[in-house]
Write a protein that binds this ligand. Structure first.
Ligand SMILES: NC(=O)c1ccc[n+]([C@@H]2O[C@H](COP(=O)([O-])OP(=O)(O)OC[C@H]3O[C@@H](n4cnc5c(N)ncnc54)[C@H](OP(=O)(O)O)[C@@H]3O)[C@@H](O)[C@H]2O)c1
Length: 338
């Protein structure tokens, strides 16, 4: 195994119970050794994503027994490689790493990752800050546009549309000639998206919202919606769209159950589906995944860029989470690992 300048111990954020940020502690742990087809990544940056908040509270899609290290994605440099040609190929490379599978979450100074899906090479021209956010949202935004195109939609609806992901989908949609009906919850978010060039942005807290949404969906023939909010909004969206429409629920930011009127499903032939990036990627063939990654890397400086609001050292992870949850729109909060 090759190694370069690696200390014995590392700083790690540890979640001790599924009760939110208060259950996080900062610990020193021995640096792990990569096994066959594994690499050791010196993590540079990791964003705080809504999926990380869900993980902290124990309502994300997987829930290992605590203590766990959270962190769904990040960036860094491969500083050691275990046995295997592929592992050796990554040595010294800038990579994006995912927080699932071997090695677990990436809110850690160092992490071991499998070369089979745990790390992906980053373009040399990309900063490690952008590289840290190059996986989850960019690939999800690309998937949303791919699905829409494959199913023949010229218009789609987005809820929580002022999110980083929503802004990416808007830019990609404009580039592909796909009209976006944006739903947000505050006037400042209407202004933000309009300033970026969005045509249709509706505030769900404004009087007359349901009628406006109905009119926008019928005028644009919008029959596919991506909903990150759930609760009552899912039903409002389903009702607003023409017959034979579909809502894809991909998050539950409201932390409420999806509400549905059975008549929409039965008499209007509408559907509700779900989307989760991990299984969606697993269902694509390797060539498609590599093409998606290559295309996403090219688009990260423009269509798939994430704004950064502030960078905190990992030692201040609780303050960083507090800052993020107090204002999610307007740029990502990054954790710097060393
Ligand atoms: N299923 C998947 O595979 C997948 C993959 C990627 C992302 N996602 C989901 O996509 C969503 C956006 O992610 P992101 O990283 O782009 O988020 P982000 O940049 O952190 O922004 C979150 C946005 O959600 C809004 N929001 C929060 N709670 C809300 C509520 N109850 N009702 C309406 N809006 C609400 C925030 O508005 P305020 O500023 O007003 O709070 C903010 O605009 C998240 O829900 C995330 O989990 C899912």
């Amino acid at each position: 195994m090759k190694k370069i300048n690696i200390p014995d111990n590392m700083t790690v954020a540890v979640l001790n119970a599924y009760s939110g940020a208060d259950a996080l502690s900062i610990e020193q742990r021995p640096i792990p050794t990569p096994g066959r087809n594994e690499v050791l990544v010196k993590v540079a940056f990791a964003p705080i994503n809504p999926s990380d908040l869900a993980t902290l509270k124990g309502y994300y899609g997987f829930k290992n027994p605590t203590p766990i290290v959270p962190g769904g994605e990040g960036s860094g440099e491969v500083v050691a490689a275990g046995p295997g040609v592929m592992a050796n190929h990554f040595l010294g490379k800038k990579v994006a790493c995912t927080g699932w599978g071997v090695g677990g979450g990436v809110w850690s100074e160092y992490v071991v990752k499998s070369v089979k899906g745990g790390v992906l090479s980053l373009n040399k021209s990309l900063s490690l800050e952008q590289g840290a956010m190059s996986f989850i949202n960019p690939l999800t935004a690309s998937a949303f546009i791919d699905i829409a195109k494959k199913e023949g939609h010229d218009a789609i609806l987005l809820t929580a549309a002022a999110s980083s992901l929503g802004q990416m989908v808007n830019r990609l949609g404009r580039n592909e000639g796909i009209q976006i009906v944006n739903v947000v919850r505050r006037d400042a978010q209407v202004d933000l998206l309009k300033a970026q060039g969005a045509d249709i942005v509706l505030n769900s807290n404004e009087a007359g919202f349901e009628q406006q949404l109905h009119d926008a969906c019928h005028q644009t023939n919008t029959r596919l919606a991506y909903d990150a909010v759930a609760g009552e909004l899912t039903n409002q969206v389903l009702k607003a769209m023409p017959q034979n429409s579909k809502v894809i629920v991909y998050s539950s930011l409201s932390q409420q159950k999806v509400q549905l009127s059975p008549d929409q499903l039965i008499f209007e032939n509408k559907m509700v589906d779900g989307f989760w990036l991990g299984p969606w990627i697993s269902n694509q063939n390797l060539i498609k995944i590599m093409m998606l990654w290559k295309r996403a890397q090219k688009q990260i400086p423009n269509h798939l860029k994430s704004e950064i609001r502030k960078i905190y050292p990992i030692q201040e992870v609780k303050e960083a989470i507090h800052d993020y949850t107090s204002q999610m729109t307007g740029g990502k909060i990054l954790l710097r690992m060393s």
